[in-house]
Design a protein around this ligand. Structure first.
Ligand SMILES: Nc1nc2c(ncn2[C@@H]2O[C@H](COP(=O)(O)OP(=O)(O)OP(=O)(O)O)[C@@H](O)[C@H]2O)c(=O)[nH]1
Ligand SMILES: [Zn+2]
Length: 353
Protein backbone atom coordinates (compact mmCIF):
# COMPACT_ATOMS: atom_id res chain seq x y z
CA UNK A 1 0.00 0.00 0.00
CA UNK A 2 2.80 2.41 0.81
CA UNK A 3 4.98 1.67 -2.16
CA UNK A 4 7.79 3.87 -3.40
CA UNK A 5 5.44 5.72 -5.72
CA UNK A 6 3.04 6.56 -2.94
CA UNK A 7 5.88 7.81 -0.78
CA UNK A 8 7.08 10.00 -3.62
CA UNK A 9 3.61 11.45 -4.00
CA UNK A 10 3.37 12.11 -0.29
CA UNK A 11 6.71 13.89 -0.28
CA UNK A 12 5.34 16.18 -2.95
CA UNK A 13 2.69 17.31 -0.55
CA UNK A 14 5.09 17.89 2.29
CA UNK A 15 5.58 14.53 3.94
CA UNK A 16 9.01 14.21 5.52
CA UNK A 17 9.49 10.51 6.03
CA UNK A 18 7.75 10.38 9.33
CA UNK A 19 6.54 6.96 10.34
CA UNK A 20 5.14 4.67 7.71
CA UNK A 21 1.56 3.75 8.46
CA UNK A 22 0.66 0.45 10.00
CA UNK A 23 -0.49 -2.56 8.01
CA UNK A 24 -3.62 -1.88 6.00
CA UNK A 25 -3.52 1.84 6.61
CA UNK A 26 -2.93 4.74 4.26
CA UNK A 27 -1.29 8.08 4.75
CA UNK A 28 -2.79 11.36 3.66
CA UNK A 29 -2.68 15.03 4.52
CA UNK A 30 -5.56 16.97 6.00
CA UNK A 31 -6.35 19.86 3.69
CA UNK A 32 -9.66 21.02 5.09
CA UNK A 33 -11.82 20.59 8.11
CA UNK A 34 -15.57 21.00 8.12
CA UNK A 35 -18.27 20.43 10.65
CA UNK A 36 -19.09 17.23 8.83
CA UNK A 37 -15.57 15.85 8.70
CA UNK A 38 -12.22 16.20 7.00
CA UNK A 39 -10.92 16.50 3.49
CA UNK A 40 -7.70 14.66 2.84
CA UNK A 41 -5.18 14.70 0.02
CA UNK A 42 -2.94 11.75 -0.71
CA UNK A 43 -0.76 13.42 -3.32
CA UNK A 44 -3.10 12.33 -6.06
CA UNK A 45 -6.64 12.95 -5.05
CA UNK A 46 -8.84 14.59 -2.48
CA UNK A 47 -11.31 12.54 -0.46
CA UNK A 48 -13.41 12.82 2.68
CA UNK A 49 -12.78 11.11 5.98
CA UNK A 50 -14.13 10.97 9.50
CA UNK A 51 -12.16 11.11 12.73
CA UNK A 52 -12.02 7.84 14.67
CA UNK A 53 -14.06 7.74 17.84
CA UNK A 54 -11.16 8.39 20.18
CA UNK A 55 -10.76 11.88 18.69
CA UNK A 56 -14.29 12.76 19.74
CA UNK A 57 -13.92 11.93 23.42
CA UNK A 58 -14.98 14.63 25.77
CA UNK A 59 -12.13 16.26 27.58
CA UNK A 60 -9.62 15.52 24.83
CA UNK A 61 -7.37 18.50 24.24
CA UNK A 62 -8.68 19.85 20.92
CA UNK A 63 -5.07 20.33 19.83
CA UNK A 64 -4.78 16.54 19.67
CA UNK A 65 -7.47 16.26 17.05
CA UNK A 66 -6.55 16.20 13.36
CA UNK A 67 -5.96 19.68 11.96
CA UNK A 68 -5.29 21.19 8.56
CA UNK A 69 -1.77 20.27 7.50
CA UNK A 70 -1.56 17.07 9.51
CA UNK A 71 -0.34 13.83 8.05
CA UNK A 72 -2.73 11.19 9.24
CA UNK A 73 -3.05 7.44 9.09
CA UNK A 74 -6.39 6.31 7.85
CA UNK A 75 -8.23 3.07 7.91
CA UNK A 76 -9.98 2.43 4.62
CA UNK A 77 -13.73 2.17 4.70
CA UNK A 78 -16.82 4.06 3.76
CA UNK A 79 -16.03 6.61 4.91
CA UNK A 80 -12.35 6.16 5.74
CA UNK A 81 -11.45 6.94 9.34
CA UNK A 82 -8.50 8.90 10.65
CA UNK A 83 -6.79 6.80 13.30
CA UNK A 84 -3.51 8.54 14.04
CA UNK A 85 -2.08 12.03 13.69
CA UNK A 86 1.61 11.82 12.88
CA UNK A 87 4.01 13.99 14.89
CA UNK A 88 3.84 17.61 13.77
CA UNK A 89 6.95 19.49 12.79
CA UNK A 90 5.35 22.90 13.20
CA UNK A 91 2.10 24.08 14.76
CA UNK A 92 0.46 27.40 14.07
CA UNK A 93 -2.04 28.15 16.79
CA UNK A 94 -3.79 30.91 18.56
CA UNK A 95 -5.67 31.48 21.74
CA UNK A 96 -9.31 30.81 21.22
CA UNK A 97 -11.82 32.04 23.67
CA UNK A 98 -15.28 30.66 23.74
CA UNK A 99 -17.16 28.76 26.38
CA UNK A 100 -13.80 27.57 27.61
CA UNK A 101 -10.35 28.95 27.09
CA UNK A 102 -8.23 26.86 24.79
CA UNK A 103 -5.56 26.91 22.15
CA UNK A 104 -6.80 26.40 18.67
CA UNK A 105 -4.61 24.82 16.06
CA UNK A 106 -4.83 26.70 12.79
CA UNK A 107 -2.49 24.61 10.67
CA UNK A 108 0.40 22.22 11.10
CA UNK A 109 3.53 21.19 9.24
CA UNK A 110 3.84 24.59 7.61
CA UNK A 111 7.39 25.65 6.81
CA UNK A 112 6.83 29.21 5.69
CA UNK A 113 4.13 31.75 6.37
CA UNK A 114 4.16 34.33 3.59
CA UNK A 115 2.75 37.52 5.03
CA UNK A 116 1.53 39.49 2.07
CA UNK A 117 0.94 43.23 2.25
CA UNK A 118 0.36 45.70 -0.55
CA UNK A 119 2.71 48.66 -0.73
CA UNK A 120 -0.38 50.80 -1.24
CA UNK A 121 -3.01 51.90 1.24
CA UNK A 122 -2.88 48.40 2.72
CA UNK A 123 0.64 48.97 4.03
CA UNK A 124 0.62 48.73 7.81
CA UNK A 125 3.77 47.75 9.74
CA UNK A 126 1.88 47.19 12.99
CA UNK A 127 -0.31 44.64 11.32
CA UNK A 128 2.72 42.86 9.89
CA UNK A 129 4.13 42.70 13.42
CA UNK A 130 0.95 41.12 14.66
CA UNK A 131 1.21 38.46 12.01
CA UNK A 132 4.79 37.80 12.97
CA UNK A 133 3.92 37.43 16.62
CA UNK A 134 1.32 34.88 15.66
CA UNK A 135 3.88 32.88 13.70
CA UNK A 136 6.43 33.20 16.49
CA UNK A 137 6.87 29.97 18.36
CA UNK A 138 5.11 27.91 15.69
CA UNK A 139 8.28 26.53 14.17
CA UNK A 140 7.34 28.03 10.81
CA UNK A 141 9.37 30.85 9.35
CA UNK A 142 7.63 34.11 8.51
CA UNK A 143 8.47 35.82 5.23
CA UNK A 144 7.26 39.35 4.58
CA UNK A 145 6.14 39.83 1.00
CA UNK A 146 5.28 43.30 -0.24
CA UNK A 147 3.11 43.41 -3.35
CA UNK A 148 2.43 46.13 -5.86
CA UNK A 149 5.88 47.78 -5.84
CA UNK A 150 5.15 48.62 -9.47
CA UNK A 151 2.23 50.84 -8.50
CA UNK A 152 3.78 52.75 -5.66
CA UNK A 153 6.47 55.25 -4.89
CA UNK A 154 8.77 55.29 -1.91
CA UNK A 155 9.11 51.52 -1.86
CA UNK A 156 12.70 51.70 -0.62
CA UNK A 157 11.68 53.85 2.34
CA UNK A 158 8.96 51.46 3.34
CA UNK A 159 11.31 48.51 3.20
CA UNK A 160 13.85 50.43 5.28
CA UNK A 161 11.16 51.25 7.82
CA UNK A 162 10.18 47.61 8.07
CA UNK A 163 13.77 46.49 8.44
CA UNK A 164 14.05 48.78 11.44
CA UNK A 165 10.91 47.45 13.04
CA UNK A 166 10.90 43.75 12.35
CA UNK A 167 13.03 41.11 14.04
CA UNK A 168 16.45 40.95 12.53
CA UNK A 169 16.76 38.39 9.80
CA UNK A 170 13.09 38.44 8.83
CA UNK A 171 13.14 38.09 5.05
CA UNK A 172 11.43 40.97 3.26
CA UNK A 173 10.75 40.87 -0.46
CA UNK A 174 8.99 43.38 -2.66
CA UNK A 175 7.52 41.58 -5.62
CA UNK A 176 5.12 42.28 -8.42
CA UNK A 177 2.63 39.49 -7.97
CA UNK A 178 1.68 39.65 -11.62
CA UNK A 179 5.20 39.08 -12.87
CA UNK A 180 6.60 35.54 -12.75
CA UNK A 181 10.20 36.78 -12.93
CA UNK A 182 9.62 39.02 -9.92
CA UNK A 183 7.75 36.34 -7.96
CA UNK A 184 10.51 33.82 -8.61
CA UNK A 185 12.49 35.15 -5.62
CA UNK A 186 9.97 33.25 -3.52
CA UNK A 187 11.11 29.93 -4.97
CA UNK A 188 13.49 29.39 -2.05
CA UNK A 189 10.46 29.12 0.23
CA UNK A 190 8.61 26.78 -2.08
CA UNK A 191 11.13 24.06 -2.64
CA UNK A 192 10.11 20.42 -3.11
CA UNK A 193 8.51 19.11 0.04
CA UNK A 194 8.05 22.52 1.63
CA UNK A 195 4.67 23.80 2.66
CA UNK A 196 3.73 27.45 2.75
CA UNK A 197 0.65 29.46 3.51
CA UNK A 198 -0.15 32.87 2.17
CA UNK A 199 -1.86 35.28 4.52
CA UNK A 200 -2.81 38.90 4.14
CA UNK A 201 -5.75 41.23 3.90
CA UNK A 202 -8.29 41.21 1.20
CA UNK A 203 -6.91 42.80 -1.94
CA UNK A 204 -3.28 42.32 -0.93
CA UNK A 205 -2.83 40.10 -3.95
CA UNK A 206 -2.96 36.54 -2.60
CA UNK A 207 -4.87 35.11 -5.54
CA UNK A 208 -2.79 37.01 -8.05
CA UNK A 209 0.43 35.73 -6.55
CA UNK A 210 -0.93 32.21 -6.22
CA UNK A 211 -1.81 32.14 -9.88
CA UNK A 212 1.57 33.51 -10.86
CA UNK A 213 3.29 30.84 -8.77
CA UNK A 214 1.15 28.18 -10.37
CA UNK A 215 2.36 29.39 -13.76
CA UNK A 216 1.08 27.31 -16.62
CA UNK A 217 -0.98 25.29 -14.15
CA UNK A 218 -3.00 28.45 -13.86
CA UNK A 219 -6.38 27.70 -12.38
CA UNK A 220 -9.47 28.69 -14.21
CA UNK A 221 -11.10 31.27 -12.01
CA UNK A 222 -14.25 29.17 -11.64
CA UNK A 223 -12.09 26.40 -10.33
CA UNK A 224 -10.95 28.27 -7.29
CA UNK A 225 -13.63 30.73 -6.71
CA UNK A 226 -17.26 30.64 -5.91
CA UNK A 227 -19.57 33.20 -4.43
CA UNK A 228 -21.08 32.87 -1.04
CA UNK A 229 -24.50 34.20 -0.21
CA UNK A 230 -23.16 37.65 0.44
CA UNK A 231 -21.58 37.79 -2.96
CA UNK A 232 -18.01 37.97 -1.69
CA UNK A 233 -15.81 35.54 -3.44
CA UNK A 234 -14.24 32.86 -1.36
CA UNK A 235 -11.94 29.99 -2.08
CA UNK A 236 -14.16 27.00 -2.48
CA UNK A 237 -11.81 24.25 -3.46
CA UNK A 238 -8.27 23.11 -4.04
CA UNK A 239 -7.10 23.63 -0.53
CA UNK A 240 -3.66 22.30 -1.31
CA UNK A 241 -1.91 23.53 -4.41
CA UNK A 242 1.10 21.73 -5.75
CA UNK A 243 3.38 24.30 -7.32
CA UNK A 244 5.67 23.71 -10.28
CA UNK A 245 8.59 24.61 -7.97
CA UNK A 246 7.84 21.43 -6.02
CA UNK A 247 6.47 23.04 -2.90
CA UNK A 248 2.85 23.33 -1.94
CA UNK A 249 0.59 26.13 -0.83
CA UNK A 250 -2.15 25.44 1.63
CA UNK A 251 -5.14 27.69 1.24
CA UNK A 252 -8.23 26.87 3.23
CA UNK A 253 -10.96 28.72 5.06
CA UNK A 254 -9.14 27.68 8.25
CA UNK A 255 -6.12 29.62 7.12
CA UNK A 256 -8.28 32.64 6.50
CA UNK A 257 -8.98 32.72 10.19
CA UNK A 258 -5.34 33.51 10.65
CA UNK A 259 -6.08 36.61 8.68
CA UNK A 260 -8.89 37.42 11.07
CA UNK A 261 -6.88 37.14 14.25
CA UNK A 262 -4.06 39.04 12.70
CA UNK A 263 -6.06 42.00 11.72
CA UNK A 264 -9.17 42.43 13.69
CA UNK A 265 -9.87 42.90 17.27
CA UNK A 266 -11.62 39.64 17.97
CA UNK A 267 -14.36 41.21 20.01
CA UNK A 268 -14.84 37.90 21.71
CA UNK A 269 -15.46 39.70 24.93
CA UNK A 270 -17.21 42.75 23.63
CA UNK A 271 -19.82 42.33 26.38
CA UNK A 272 -17.16 42.58 29.07
CA UNK A 273 -15.56 45.56 27.40
CA UNK A 274 -18.96 47.21 27.28
CA UNK A 275 -19.52 46.50 30.96
CA UNK A 276 -16.14 47.93 31.87
CA UNK A 277 -17.08 51.19 30.20
CA UNK A 278 -19.51 51.69 33.09
CA UNK A 279 -16.96 51.41 35.88
CA UNK A 280 -16.75 54.60 37.86
CA UNK A 281 -13.01 54.93 37.28
CA UNK A 282 -11.60 54.82 33.78
CA UNK A 283 -8.58 52.90 35.03
CA UNK A 284 -10.62 50.53 37.18
CA UNK A 285 -8.77 47.33 37.98
CA UNK A 286 -12.10 45.53 38.49
CA UNK A 287 -11.06 44.43 41.95
CA UNK A 288 -12.34 46.25 45.00
CA UNK A 289 -12.76 49.66 43.42
CA UNK A 290 -16.02 51.37 44.30
CA UNK A 291 -18.50 51.50 41.45
CA UNK A 292 -16.92 48.65 39.52
CA UNK A 293 -19.42 47.51 36.91
CA UNK A 294 -17.69 44.18 36.46
CA UNK A 295 -17.93 43.28 40.14
CA UNK A 296 -21.55 44.35 40.09
CA UNK A 297 -22.28 42.16 37.07
CA UNK A 298 -20.51 39.25 38.74
CA UNK A 299 -22.52 39.83 41.86
CA UNK A 300 -25.91 39.86 40.23
CA UNK A 301 -25.14 37.04 37.83
CA UNK A 302 -25.08 39.06 34.64
CA UNK A 303 -21.50 37.91 34.15
CA UNK A 304 -20.47 34.37 35.08
CA UNK A 305 -17.26 33.93 37.07
CA UNK A 306 -16.09 31.46 34.45
CA UNK A 307 -16.41 33.89 31.61
CA UNK A 308 -14.62 36.51 33.63
CA UNK A 309 -11.75 34.12 34.35
CA UNK A 310 -11.49 33.24 30.68
CA UNK A 311 -11.34 36.87 29.80
CA UNK A 312 -8.51 37.46 32.26
CA UNK A 313 -6.61 34.48 30.96
CA UNK A 314 -6.82 35.58 27.38
CA UNK A 315 -5.92 39.12 28.30
CA UNK A 316 -2.85 37.94 30.19
CA UNK A 317 -1.76 35.85 27.28
CA UNK A 318 -2.07 38.76 24.91
CA UNK A 319 -0.22 40.98 27.30
CA UNK A 320 2.57 38.47 27.60
CA UNK A 321 2.88 38.20 23.85
CA UNK A 322 2.90 41.95 23.46
CA UNK A 323 5.60 42.30 26.09
CA UNK A 324 7.72 39.59 24.54
CA UNK A 325 7.57 41.20 21.19
CA UNK A 326 8.23 44.62 22.61
CA UNK A 327 11.32 43.59 24.54
CA UNK A 328 12.70 41.83 21.53
CA UNK A 329 12.10 44.82 19.33
CA UNK A 330 13.74 47.02 21.92
CA UNK A 331 16.82 44.82 22.06
CA UNK A 332 17.09 45.09 18.32
CA UNK A 333 16.89 48.81 18.41
CA UNK A 334 19.72 48.93 20.85
CA UNK A 335 17.65 49.50 23.95
CA UNK A 336 15.66 52.45 22.74
CA UNK A 337 12.14 52.39 24.08
CA UNK A 338 9.44 51.64 21.59
CA UNK A 339 5.78 52.09 21.25
CA UNK A 340 4.08 48.88 22.26
CA UNK A 341 3.18 46.85 19.21
CA UNK A 342 -0.23 46.20 20.63
CA UNK A 343 -1.98 47.34 23.71
CA UNK A 344 -2.47 44.93 26.56
CA UNK A 345 -6.06 45.80 27.29
CA UNK A 346 -8.82 45.01 24.92
CA UNK A 347 -11.25 47.50 26.31
CA UNK A 348 -9.36 50.70 25.79
CA UNK A 349 -7.11 49.77 22.97
CA UNK A 350 -8.93 48.59 19.91
CA UNK A 351 -5.65 47.76 18.22
CA UNK A 352 -5.23 44.79 20.55
CA UNK A 353 -5.88 41.34 19.17
N1 LIG B 1 0.20 46.11 -10.28
C1 LIG B 1 0.04 45.13 -9.41
N2 LIG B 1 -1.22 44.71 -9.11
C2 LIG B 1 -1.36 43.70 -8.23
C3 LIG B 1 -0.25 43.08 -7.61
N3 LIG B 1 -0.73 42.11 -6.78
C4 LIG B 1 -2.06 42.15 -6.90
N4 LIG B 1 -2.47 43.10 -7.77
C5 LIG B 1 -3.87 43.48 -8.08
O1 LIG B 1 -4.55 43.74 -6.87
C6 LIG B 1 -5.91 43.33 -6.94
C7 LIG B 1 -6.27 42.40 -5.78
O2 LIG B 1 -5.53 41.20 -5.92
P1 LIG B 1 -6.09 39.77 -5.44
O3 LIG B 1 -5.07 38.78 -5.85
O4 LIG B 1 -7.48 39.55 -5.88
O5 LIG B 1 -6.09 39.96 -3.87
P2 LIG B 1 -6.44 38.87 -2.73
O6 LIG B 1 -5.46 39.07 -1.64
O7 LIG B 1 -6.54 37.52 -3.32
O8 LIG B 1 -7.84 39.36 -2.25
P3 LIG B 1 -9.04 38.49 -1.60
O9 LIG B 1 -9.42 37.46 -2.61
O10 LIG B 1 -10.13 39.49 -1.38
O11 LIG B 1 -8.53 37.92 -0.31
C8 LIG B 1 -6.08 42.70 -8.31
O12 LIG B 1 -6.64 43.66 -9.17
C9 LIG B 1 -4.67 42.36 -8.73
O13 LIG B 1 -4.52 42.38 -10.13
C10 LIG B 1 1.07 43.58 -7.94
O14 LIG B 1 2.10 43.13 -7.40
N5 LIG B 1 1.15 44.60 -8.84
ZN1 LIG C 1 -14.27 47.88 37.21
Amino acid sequence: MTDAQTIQRLRHIGWRDQDLPGEGRRLARVVAQHRAGYELHDGGQVFSAQPAGHFLKRGLDPAERPAVGDFVEIEPGKPPHIQIVQPRRTVLSRAAAGERYERQVIATNIDYVLVLTGLDGDFNPARIERYLSLVEGSGAQPVVVLSKPDLNEGVENRIAELKMRLPEGTPIHAINGKDPASASVLAVYLKPGDSAVLVGSSGAGKSTLTNTLLGSQHMAIGDVRGHDSRGRHTTTYRALLQLPSGGCLIDTPGMRELKLTGEENLDLFADIDALAENCRFADCGHGSEPGCAIQEALHDGELTPERWRNYLKLRDEREEQANLLESRLRRQRGGRPTVKPHGPRGSRDREGW
